[in-house]
Design a protein around this ligand. Structure first.
Ligand SMILES: CC(C)(COP(=O)(O)OP(=O)(O)OC[C@H]1O[C@@H](n2cnc3c(N)ncnc32)[C@H](O)[C@@H]1OP(=O)(O)O)[C@@H](O)C(=O)NCCC(=O)NCCS
Length: 374
């Protein structure tokens, strides 16, 4: 390949092959449309599909759920440490530390067989909700809530954080958000995970690196900033002026635009419907009206459609979740996709090591320290 071909941000570059998901013709996971999965499936079924390649039957799903339930315990020393991390540290940073700490207690850490990685990933799926909720509640001096195996994955995760069992609509809406967040081919965090795996590092290192990549405002961190936008605008009548001013200052409006979806993110449409249902359940559609006004104005001014983070921020707000938890909850779901990519990369590995185009000074003579000091 010519070393002259250069695509800033790797835009449009095919950097690998995957059988996990496809964006072409609508987003699908292992051949299943996300619309079908969101309507008919549950997050554990989707996580199983991503990790194992096929949807589970009843027995396989029950076994998978048992592992998730059994993993919902964390070594007490980690929980204690989460409570000692300084209060100002964000939930996302604490989660990155928590996942790294969990690795030290995994006896299979260096076992790189696919089955061992699936087992590690399944345990991590059960542990991450505990890490998120424990840190959140300890930080606020609240008692920890035990995982309830009688609840669904989504229902238990919400209860672990808020202490309340969610309504059936809230539980379904949250489950759908987890399904939609679970996988998205070669996005920045997934690519990070694959790069780390390509050096023959372990699964946890790949996931910790991916969490670091997801945190940024241009990637997963956008969902936290979206709520700040809605709160800043505060009233539908102020939306047009706010957007006009933001655009005139060349400000990026969080929750809009996408590197791949230039005509609209299909996940955003699905989740918007749940936002409207939840707003109706709360008998308060003010945020929906603000969001709709911003949406039409950004579309007409810039031609930019919303991405998944636009509705998910409102949805999580309706579920009484604090903003600081939005991106960690993205992790709770995306870890399934990351792990699937780690397994896929490991099974057919080639070190990911691209080239750069040098733009520094031309070749020059070396001067000794005394010569440089005169
Ligand atoms: C996601 C994102 C990084 C993709 O960016 P990209 O593919 O690199 O697109 P570009 O930066 O080339 O943007 C193309 C044009 O749209 C503008 N644009 C893109 N997203 C924008 C946004 N959210 N608000 C305002 N303008 C935006 C750019 O400024 C650029 O305008 P210009 O041609 O006048 O300079 C970008 O859309 C963004 O920053 N969105 C906000 C953060 C976000 O929601 N992230 C979650 C992604 S799922």
């Amino acid at each position: 390949m010519s070393t002259e071909a250069y695509h800033p941000g790797l835009e449009g570059v095919i950097a690998g092959e995957t059988a996990i998901s496809s964006i072409t013709g609508g987003l699908s996971y292992r051949g299943y449309s996300i619309t079908d999965l969101a309507v008919q499936s549950t997050f554990p079924e989707v996580a199983y599909l991503l990790l194992h390649g096929e949807l589970p039957n009843e027995e396989e799903l029950a076994d998978f759920k048992t592992i998730l339930d059994e993993s919902a315990t964390i070594d007490p020393s980690i929980i204690q440490f989460l409570g000692q991390i300084p209060l100002h540290v964000s939930s996302m940073d604490a989660l990155r530390t928590g996942v790294s700490a969990v690795a030290h207690f995994d006896p299979q850490l260096d076992d790189d067989r696919p089955a061992a990685k699936i087992a590690q990933a399944t345990r991590l799926l059960g542990q991450i909700p505990i890490l998120i909720a424990a840190r959140h509640r300890l930080r606020r001096g609240l008692p920890l809530i035990p995982h309830d195996p009688e609840l669904s994955f989504a229902g238990s995760l919400l209860r672990l954080i808020t202490g309340e069992t969610p309504s059936p609509l809230a539980e379904k809406a949250f489950d759908v958000s987890l399904i939609l967040y679970a996988e998205h081919e070669f996005n920045a965090s997934t690519f990070t995970a694959r790069v780390i795996t390509s050096t023959q590092s372990d699964l946890y290192s790949s996931i910790v690196g991916a969490i670091g990549a997801l945190k940024g405002a241009l990637h997963g961190g956008a969902n936290e900033r979206v709520l700040e936008v809605l709160q800043e605008v505060d009233d539908p009548s102020r939306a047009d002026d706010w957007v006009r001013e933001a655009l005139s200052k060349k400000r990026r409006i969080m929750g809009f635009g996408h590197r791949v979806y230039k005509d609209g993110d299909p996940r955003a449409t699905i989740l918007r419907n749940y936002c409207q249902m939840l707003a109706a359940e709360r008998e308060d559609n003010r945020l929906e009206r603000i969001a709709d006004t911003i949406e039409s104005f950004v579309k007409s001014e810039k031609g930019l459609p919303p991405n998944l983070d636009w509705p998910s921020a409102r949805l999580y707000h309706y579920l009484d979740l604090e903003v600081d938890l939005f991106t960690p909850l993205f992790v709770a779901s995306r870890v399934a996709g990351w792990a699937a990519h780690v397994i896929e990369q490991g099974a057919n590995n080639r070190l990911i090591r691209p080239r750069s185009r040098y733009i520094g000074p031309p070749s020059r003579p070396y001067l000794r320290l005394d010569e440089r000091s005169n």
